[in-house]
Design a protein around this ligand. Structure first.
Ligand code: FEO
Length: 401
């Protein structure tokens, strides 16, 4: 049975949600599920904006058929060719034989990479920056958004209803739970999942996100229809402000994020003492993760938001402890610039993890380090407390600057 809803008089939500898949992109935990948003415009011409993941194909085709209510599908706008939105292209062009795909040249190249669709079944209109498509009453303007999140991405803007179809931008993890609009939910409770989605999925491409934000600034946007998550109407300034910070790697929380890798609890003990004493130095909103327990996606999101990161790792196989090493690789891959790191190493015979962590992190632009790492030999000793207190004061003073 179809499950659709009008967004405006002419625009219908025909997407679906998945709450059984444990990981998005086989990598990111989605305890609250994920939505695959697809939109159908009923004008003189009918327009489908993106499709869905193959995991909800039956629901999607029921929705589309109900939305069309006997009309033919004229255009299928492919903003983003990643299979969570495009896996059903072949089925769509077989079912809706007259449909014209509206997309970028790069997306067309990828269509031919992902699918084998006979040429005579593929009717494609290639879109370039600034081009428009008139569908009757509505006029769609297209803007390229390369690397937000793949190179072929574009977004479109309905000049009449002032709606931005933003592809992956402004999306979030989390299924649609009946409430489709941001004024139907407690929006502040969703920000952490917007952050985890943005930072992990497109966070590496701040420059390109900034370029999209500059284009969006010139548009009078009343509504944002992203490919994941709810539709934004009332919280557009709030979310664009967050995007402006994330895209420029500007911390949103001036405080310490304490991340530790501990095998027998001694490194953790120092992490807890550092957090405790930082709090007594007046630092608020301190957050901690055991890197062997927390999923990287949550920590990457926090690193994007925190100004100061305290890293504590035991030395393991003459290197960095494995889960900390993986996290540091993720920080480098995501290009999280402009952070200040404080380094604590532990080692029972040859502590080297501190220098190794620093070596990896200093490859990132504008990275700073709290002077002097702190070294543990197996466990913290009372003779080290003065040195540790000084180390903590230096971190606190740097945060307060
Ligand atoms: Fe939701 Fe980049 O795909």
């Amino acid at each position: 049975m179809e499950n659709i809803r009008n967004i405006t008089k002419d625009l219908i939500y025909v997407g679906c949600s998945n709450r059984t898949m444990p990981l998005f992109e086989s990598a990111y935990p989605i305890p609250n599920g994920i939505s695959y948003n697809s939109y159908l415009l009923l004008d003189n011409k009918t327009v489908l904006f993106d499709a869905v993941d193959k995991s909800c194909d039956i629901q999607f085709f029921e929705n589309l058929e109900a939305g069309l209510a006997g009309r033919k599908l004229d255009y299928f706008v492919v903003h983003h060719l990643e299979p969570d939105h495009s896996a059903l292209i072949k089925e769509l062009v077989i079912k809706y034989k007259d449909v014209q795909i509206v997309t970028t040249q790069k997306a067309l190249n990828m269509i031919n990479q992902f699918f084998e669709i006979p040429e005579n079944q593929l009717n494609v209109k290639i879109i370039k920056e600034g081009e428009t498509l008139e569908t009757g009453k509505h006029k769609l303007n297209f803007y390229m958004a390369p690397m937000v999140h793949w190179p072929e991405v574009m977004v479109s803007y309905d000049e009449i209803d002032k709606i931005l179809f933003s592809a992956d931008a402004f999306g979030s993890f989390g299924a649609v739970n009946g409430n489709l609009f941001d004024n139907e939910v407690e929006f502040s409770s969703l920000i952490s999942e917007y952050s985890r989605y943005y930072t992990n999925i497109v966070g590496k491409y701040g420059l390109q996100v900034n370029s999209l934000l500059s284009k969006a600034k010139n548009l009078d946007i009343k509504m944002i229809c992203p490919l994941h998550g709810i539709i934004l109407k009332e919280h557009i300034p709030e979310i664009t402000e967050k995007y402006a910070s994330w895209a420029t790697y500007t911390p949103t929380i001036k405080s310490a994020l304490v991340l530790y890798a501990s095998v027998y609890g001694n490194t953790q003990n120092t992490a807890e003492i550092i957090a405790n004493k930082l709090s007594q130095e007046g630092i608020k909103n301190i957050k901690m993760h055991d890197v062997s327990i927390s999923d990287d996606s949550y920590m990457i999101s926090d690193i994007f938001n925190y100004s100061h990161i305290v890293l504590l790792s035991t030395t393991y196989n003459n290197g960095i402890f494995v889960n900390m090493e993986n996290l540091i690789k993720e920080i480098v891959y995501h290009n999280i610039q402009g952070r200040t790191f404080a380094i604590v190493e532990n080692g029972s015979w040859a502590p080297v993890s501190g220098d190794l962590m620093k070596k990896e992190l200093e490859t990132i632009k504008n990275t700073k380090f709290i002077e002097n790492k702190f070294t543990l030999k197996s466990s913290l000793k009372s003779v080290q407390m003065n040195e540790l207190n000084e180390f903590i004061k230096t971190i606190a003073n740097d945060i307060k600057q």
